[in-house]
Structure formats: structure tokens, C-alpha cells
Design a binder for this molecule. Structure first.
Ligand code: MRU
Length: 348
């Protein structure tokens, strides 16, 4: 099993996702500032994975605070939280995990040393829960997939795999479960411009596990669907509004439209920590804009003439009506029925 975030020898070890697939390298993180930078620069990325990383970042920050005064400690911990919150705006798991760590700190009435120890245990619990959640999502997703044909070809976008979570993945968790049960022939992976998480990360994960994978450029999906090559689409999510509108990697929205046009089911696979019930609909989801260099430069090569302008939104919002079902750890739900997901199990 692949783990992008590991607690080892009193530090956090991250797989450097900016170097894959050409180099498998680890980065050791000892300080909260370095964790914030790792999230900002996407050494660690993917909504649940940055939630786990931020939780450990909170502990690392707590460890650095030199005081026995509970009130002073909590004030400084709020500053660590602000720093980590400033890294990436769209994935709500980041804010959810930081919020849970802060709540834990406020609830412990013991010494500062006891709060620090509980924060480490909470970060570890968030990590373990996410791993278990992904395995449950994989199995619920398998049950939700079309019953015919028996062997399916699934299309996914970006990387919602083990690398993007504590392990196993959300959308790729469904792929993994389908592969394990003999229901999968092949995955099509959108390359996912501009950062190529599909071509680099999803393809790499599939190769590691021997899952047959075909990489296509993003503009090939409609053609593949028309040719009958795709039976269902499964993607992850960065933030889901109360009505089921879903923010995910840029390009997901157009994929949902072409899936609808071809009558192909479109599934979102995500933990309930990705649902933001404070937002009524997707229009309120903050969309990260990243450096245009991601569009105009590949390696050392500049692709475009000088004098042009760029727009680089990292995410888009797929309207709920284009989504067949949202697959959570508590089962698969119609997007408008998401509130029922909370009544079928215990959610932290
Ligand atoms: O910019 P990224 O690579 O962090 O974006 C990742 C995605 O959009 C994923 O699909 C999403 O976070 C779900 S990961 C299980």
C-alpha cells in the first residue's frame, strides 16, 4: 500500500509528488512552516492528503511553542492554524482537519504537554480514519457501478488515488475495489492539464498495482465515450456544497457534460469531510488560481508567444444535476440527498 504521508522518527515523511513518476523521493518535514510550504508547492496534494498533512502540521507547530501557559499556547496555535489555512483555498478537508485539531486543543483542560500529546494522537487518528474511509468508499463505489457489462472500463480525472489521501484513494479506491473483484478491464486517465496529475500520478499508481491504464489528453474524453470505450466516470472532489454541487480539478465540469451527453453515469467519490454544509451551492466555493507558468511552460520550454494573457483556475464546479451519485464512506447518495449520508453512520 502506498502512503503519501507517514509519521516516522518524530517527523513527517512525504512522498514528493512533484517528482513522480520519474523520481520516487521522500521529504522530511520537521516544522509547521515547512509543512505549509509543502502543501502550497504541492509536494503533498489531493484534498484528504492535505487534510492529513495539515493535521500533522498543526502538531509540528504545537511542538514548537515554548510555553507552559495554556492561554498563550492556544493563541500561538491559532497562528499556526492561520498559516496552514493560507496554503490552498479550495479543498475543505484542509480547513476541516485544522478545525478538528484546534477544537481538540481547546477541549483538553490539562497541561500544555498533555495538549501536545493529544494533538499528535488526533493527527494520527485523522490519518487512520481517512484510510478506513477510502476503503469503505471503494467498496460502496463498487456496489454503485453499472451492473452491465460485467467488465467495465472507467474514466477518471486528475489523481484521486492513494497519493491524494491517507492511502487507497477515493475515485481510485473505487477503481482498486473494482479491480480486486474482477469487474474492471481498464482505467482511462485524463492527463489533466496543466499539472498533469492524471498522466503522472494516476498512471504511476496504476502501473504500481498492475491495473491496466490508458492515458488520454483531456480533449479526447468525448471521442472515447462516443466510441463506446467508457462505461462510467469516477472522479474525486475538493469541496461539495450542501446541494451536491462539486468542486474538483479543472476539467471535471466539462467531463460531466460530455458524460451526460453520452448517457454515461458520472460518480463523485469523496469522504464526508469533503462536504461543506455551510455552503448552500457551488457558487460560493472559493476557486484557487495558480501561477500561469503552469500553463505556458513545460520543463524549460516556453509554449506561447510573449504578449498573451493567461487564466489558470485550478478547480471548477460541476452542478449537482450532472452527478449520478456521490459515493461516501456511508454509501452512495443522490447529490440532493447528501444529508442522509450523516444519518447512516457516525461521522467525525
Ligand atoms: O490540485 P490537486 O492536485 O490537489 O487537486 C486534486 C484533485 O482535484 C482531486 O481530484 C481531489 O482533491 C480529490 S483527491 C481524493
Amino acid at each position: 500500500m502506498l502512503y503519501p504521508v507517514v509519521w516516522h522518527n518524530d517527523s513527517v515523511v512525504l512522498i514528493d509528488q512533484t517528482r513522480l513518476p520519474n523520481e520516487y523521493a521522500a521529504v522530511e518535514i520537521h516544522r509547521s512552516e515547512d509543512m505549509a510550504e509543502a502543501i502550497r508547492t504541492m509536494i503533498v496534494r489531493g484534498a484528504p492528503a492535505i487534510g492529513v498533512a495539515a493535521a500533522y502540521g498543526m502538531y509540528l507547530g504545537a511542538r514548537e511553542i515554548e510555553t507552559d501557559d495554556r492561554q498563550v499556547f492556544l493563541e500561538k496555535l491559532e497562528q499556526v492554524a492561520d498559516l496552514l489555512r493560507s496554503t490552498r483555498p479550495t479543498a475543505v478537508n484542509l480547513f476541516w482537519a485544522i478545525g478538528r485539531m484546534l477544537k481538540t486543543a481547546y477541549e483538553i483542560l490539562g497541561t500544555v504537554a498533555e495538549i501536545k500529546q493529544t494533538l499528535l494522537e488526533t493527527a494520527q487518528a485523522i490519518q487512520l480514519e481517512d484510510l478506513q474511509t477510502c476503503q469503505a468508499i471503494g467498496d460502496h463505489g463498487l456496489a454503485a457501478l453499472p451492473k452491465t457489462p460485467e467488465k467495465l472500463t472507467l474514466l477518471t480525472h486528475c489523481n484521486a488515488g492513494a497519493l491524494a489521501t491517507a492511502g487507497y484513494g477515493t475515485a481510485l479506491g473505487v477503481v482498486r475495489s473494482a479491480w480486486r473483484e474482477g469487474r474492471l478491464t481498464r482505467v482511462f486517465a485524463d492527463e489533466t492539464r496543466p499539472r498533469l496529475q492524471g498522466a503522472k500520478l494516476t498512471a504511476w499508481e496504476c502501473v504500481q498495482e498492475g491495473i491496466p491504464v490508458t492515458v488520454i489528453t483531456d480533449n479526447m474524453a468525448a471521442h472515447c465515450m462516443k466510441q463506446g470505450l467508457i462505461h462510467a466516470v469516477v472522479v474525486g472532489a475538493d469541496r461539495i456544497a450542501a446541494n451536491g454541487d462539486t468542486a474538483n480539478k479543472i476539467g471535471t465540469y466539462s467531463l460531466a457534460i460530455v458524460a451526460k451527453a453520452h448517457n454515461i453515469p458520472f460518480f463523485v467519490a469523496a469522504p464526508l469531510s469533503t462536504v461543506d454544509f455551510e455552503l448552500a451551492d457551488g457558487s460560493q466555493i472559493p476557486i484557487e488560481e495558480r501561477n500561469p507558468v503552469e500553463i505556458y511552460q513545460v520543463g524549460d520550454t516556453v509554449l506561447t508567444p510573449s504578449g498573451v494573457e493567461f487564466y489558470n483556475p485550478a478547480f471548477d464546479v460541476t452542478p449537482a444535476e450532472l452527478i449520478t451519485a456521490i459515493i461516501t464512506e456511508n454509501g452512495a447518495f443522490a447529490p440532493g440527498n447528501l444529508v442522509c449520508a450523516y444519518s447512516t453512520g457516525t461521522v467525525g
